[in-house]
Design a protein around this ligand. Sequence first.
Ligand code: SF4
Length: 325
Amino acid sequence: MLKISCLVSGGVITNYKCSSKCRHCSYSSSPNWPGDYMTPSMADEIFSILKRLGCHSVHIGGGEPLLKPDGIMGVLQAARRNNMGIEYIETNASWYRDEESAIAVLNELLEHGVHTLLISMDPFHNEYIPFRKVKALIKACSKAGMQVFPWQINFWSEIDAMDDRSTHSPDEYMLLFGQDYLLRLPSRYGLNLKGRALKTYKPMMEKQTYDQILKESRPCRLLSGIYHFHVDLYGGFIPQSCPGFSIPLKELVQGADPEKYRIFYSLESAGIKSFAELARKEYGYTPKAEYAGKCDLCYDIRNYLVLERGLDLPDLKPEGHYKYA
Ligand code: SF4
């Protein structure tokens, strides 16, 4: 059985739609996603299960959770009903229009028990969001009494070296800070090279042969991340390091059937070798000569199953993760 009996700390993904299409996004969020948002009843269900599993506080992320301020208030009310603490809400500041309207939203969040905003600041977000919005939102937070968790503050001086009224591409950063600037970001940022981030960095990654990857195959342990897991708006448990996989949280608590979630199970218990063999034998996948590591092979197979074959597989969800990368 695929089963979870304890979760300590994690987040809920209220929506995948985002105002930006950042190159480092491991969730592949973008404006192209449908505008679905976590409903209050789904939030009630998720929070009550998380409490039973020992998780008493969560952060809220997306997509951009504040694209729909009305939607988030319903989720926050559900958190209060279930005595679930909110550690912070992640935001990219794109929704900032003026100080008065921002403070109105912040006051409403404070009334609903939110005391910290994680505000994104890095060169990837700056490709879509002018830094003046980030600065103005921080100022509004200070006036409203909302704490700010700047993520990540060590990029401040680099972003601030650009004109803060407009957006800036990675090429501009490379011109100013050196051609290897993009290459240095994953370790500085602690990037999870999955989803769109993998697509961005794949051309710069070392290649391995298919046989070599299979030889080094180990279980991926998708259920072991109990400190930074996510549950999305559809009620799916998203493994800590591998978005694009999902099993309904309510099934995982009872014990999910490995036969129903065969792909997840093959990776969890045996690793990429087992998944690649399953894909070859049952779905006609043809391996290439080389890949940028095991996760590139994993994505190549998943893209083949979801996008090329158009299969509706219960563990490869949401499909948008593959469609909008
Ligand atoms: S091979 Fe697949 S399941 Fe395993 S760590 Fe990489 S992306 Fe995750």
